[in-house]
Every structure is written in structure tokens, then in C-alpha cells.
Write a protein that binds this ligand. Structure first.
Ligand code: PMP
Length: 367
């Protein structure tokens, strides 16, 4: 067989060619990285201690197949029973598994658009159909708010409705009444992504006892400051959680992830809550400062804000490039549906945000 013939066989599934490789998170070394919504206050101390005490010999052995100790600690933290918890390699893996385990190939996954950028890729990678549904716009032109279009989402008849609250990249917290309406009338499964829930203060977990068709996904990557360890989890009815565990397979958490996250839940809740309070404070200050400088800022319940440069300011991509040159990374979007060019800025200790504000162009710089 010739090399050309062999190369023609070395192709993946045709449908995968249209799926983009994820392109966030490659900003390299920058002085201040406000691009990925991780915890800018660092690693929590009890988790760090647990990591430093682990013998390197642990690397030679498999960890527990389904991280049961951590599942028990998460159950306690979330107020559910342990058989309602499944962990995974980041909530990325959990979402991927939920789509694979809970829908038949060819079925639809509907979501409010824009939302978590990787979701349509996971949907297509699992032979499902992404169905974006635009947010409804409320508020005023200067201070818009985004509202869930429940009738449009429900009218898709999708097997899975994915909702993210607070939503990445807009920061939108979905009104509990909207969420309850979708949960009540959804024809299939509802997946609620609560990656940023600790910053918002309201969780859909309280609805789970009455909603066996709902899965809530969460992560240790944001408020808990453990993004590098890759730990996510899902909460839901035991029968659904079991199906997710099958899709996930054994050993998804490393020998370091389970003890570190378990230690964080045992010893770092106070650390986490005080950092969250600081982040919320910094977020509100940052939103106010950007609004004063002529940006349109979307209300956020997360540890980031989405801001659209107003009249007289350069385009979002150009501002992101200029910031990068002064050592600051933010996430730029060139054309979000219904929003346009925007920057998503992760909240950090105030001195870093002050540096950002100083580095931003003044009005009139667009000319
Ligand atoms: N969901 C949302 C909304 C996110 O923003 C992210 C991180 N960017 C994730 C899930 C995935 O987080 P992780 O895999 O680190 O748990």
C-alpha cells in the first residue's frame, strides 16, 4: 500500500472535520491573565497542603475508579445523597458524557445563544444536533439584560435543553421562575451548568428532588481555585447519574484530584467564601468603572463581566490586542449573536483590575 493510500485511511469521522478545535486558553505567558475565569486569588490552602503531603508513589497506582470519598464530600456540600453525584475530569467531561449518555444520535440539544462556547462542539462530537435559541433582550439599549426565551426553547422539542447559569460568556443569571418553567415543560432532559454558581448565590439543586429529568453540573475550577486538577461533577437522580458514570468510565480523576478536592471541601470553604465575596465586590466595581467609561456592561452573577466598547472606543479585538501588548490577557469575541464584539474580563484582586482600567483606551481613541 502506498503512503498516499495509507494517508487517505488515516482520517477521522467525516462529521468531526467541521468541529473546531477549542482555541481559548492559549495566551502564553502574560503578566495578568484575565482570560479564563479561573480563581485569580490562587490555590486554596487545605487543598495545597493535601497535595504536598501525597507521596509520589501514588503516581504508580490507579486511583479509586469513581472517587467515592469525594462524591460523599460533594454530596454533603451540595445537600444531596452520594448516589446523586458523579465526578469527572472537569465539568467539560461531565457535559460531554451527559450529551452522550442521555440522547440518541441525531437528537437535538437546544441552548440559549450565546452560551458556553464548547457546548456545540461536544453536541456534534456525540452525533447530536445543536439548536441555538437567541436570548430575549430586556432592559434599555445602554443597559441591556438577557432573558431566557422559554417558549422558543421548549418549542424546539429538543431531547436535551442545556442552560448555563450564570451564563458564560454573558454572566446572566437565569431567573428561577424561567428555569422552573423550562424544567416543568421540557420534553426531555434539562442540563443546568452551574460552573459559576458560588458567585451567584442561587442554585437549581433545590429543584432536583422534584425533577428526575434534571442534571446540574459544577466544577472545582472556578470558585475553588483548582482548575489545574481538572475536577467537575454532576448532580441528579441516581438513575441518570449512573448513566453518566457509564459514559465517563473509570479513573477519570487522578490520584491527586480526589484528595485535593476532598480536602478543599473539608478545610477551604471559608477561604472560598471570602474570595467569592471579594470577587463579587471587585466585579461590581469593575462593572461600574467600565460603564462610566462608556462601555455597555451586561449584569453578571459570575466572576467575570462581558463588556461591549461604546461609541468612540476601538473595536473589542483591537482593544484586546493592545491590552496584550501591555501584558494583560482578556477574552475577546468578535461577533457574539445579538451582542457584537465584546470583551469577557475575569475578575481579580482590585490592583490588577486597576492596571487593566489604566491600560484601556479613552473615548475618542477609535478615530
Ligand atoms: N461550564 C462553563 C460555563 C465554563 O465556563 C467552563 C470553563 N470554562 C466549564 C463548564 C468547564 O470547566 P471545567 O472543565 O474546568 O470544570
Amino acid at each position: 500500500m502506498s503512503t498516499i493510500e495509507r494517508a487517505s485511511r488515516a482520517e477521522g469521522r467525516a462529521a468531526y472535520r467541521a468541529i473546531p478545535l477549542y482555541e481559548g486558553g492559549h495566551y502564553g505567558r502574560v503578566e495578568i491573565d484575565l482570560s479564563d475565569n479561573t480563581n485569580q486569588w490562587g490555590t486554596p490552602p487545605a487543598a495545597a497542603r493535601a497535595l504536598s503531603q501525597l507521596p509520589t508513589s501514588a503516581a504508580a497506582r490507579y486511583p479509586a475508579a469513581y472517587a467515592p470519598e469525594l462524591a460523599r464530600a460533594i454530596a454533603d456540600y451540595a445537600g444531596v445523597s452520594p448516589d446523586m453525584v458523579v465526578t469527572g475530569c472537569g465539568s467539560d467531561q461531565i457535559l460531554d458524557c451527559a450529551f452522550r449518555a442521555l440522547a440518541e444520535p441525531g437528537e437535538a440539544v437546544a441552548y440559549a445563544d450565546p452560551s458556553f462556547v464548547i457546548v456545540p462542539s461536544f453536541v456534534r462530537a456525540n452525533s447530536l444536533r445543536p439548536v441555538p435559541v437567541p436570548w430575549r433582550v430586556g432592559g434599555t439599549p445602554d443597559a441591556p439584560t438577557l432573558l431566557l426565551d422559554e417558549p422558543a426553547l421548549l418549542a424546539t422539542g429538543a431531547r436535551i435543553i442545556y442552560l448555563c447559569s450564570p451564563n458564560n460568556p454573558t454572566g446572566t443569571v437565569i431567573e428561577p421562575a424561567s428555569l422552573e418553567r423550562v424544567i416543568a415543560d421540557a420534553p426531555g432532559i434539562v442540563v443546568i451548568d452551574e460552573a459559576y454558581v458560588e458567585f451567584a448565590g442561587w442554585s437549581a439543586v433545590s429543584l432536583l428532588p422534584e425533577a428526575p429529568h434534571v442534571i446540574v453540573t459544577r466544577t472545582f475550577s472556578k470558585a475553588f481555585g483548582l482548575a489545574g486538577l481538572r475536577i467537575g461533577y454532576a448532580l441528579g437522580a441516581p438513575s441518570l447519574v449512573r448513566e453518566l458514570a457509564k459514559a465517563r468510565g473509570p479513573y477519570a480523576l487522578s490520584a491527586w484530584s480526589e484528595p485535593a478536592a476532598t480536602a478543599a471541601l473539608a478545610g477551604d470553604l471559608e477561604w472560598m467564601r471570602s474570595r467569592v465575596a471579594e470577587a463579587v465586590d471587585a466585579r461590581n466595581r469593575l462593572s461600574g468603572a467600565l460603564t462610566e467609561r462608556g462601555w455597555r456592561v451586561y449584569p453578571s452573577g459570575a466572576n467575570f463581566v462581558l463588556a461591549v466598547p461604546g461609541e468612540g472606543l476601538p473595536a473589542a479585538q483591537a482593544i484586546a490586542r493592545a491590552l496584550r501588548e501591555s501584558g494583560i490577557a482578556v477574552r475577546a469575541f468578535s461577533a457574539l449573536p445579538g451582542i457584537g464584539g465584546a470583551l469577557r474580563i475575569t475578575v481579580a484582586p482590585w490592583p490588577q483590575l486597576e492596571r487593566l482600567l489604566h491600560a484601556l483606551p479613552a473615548r475618542g481613541a477609535a478615530a
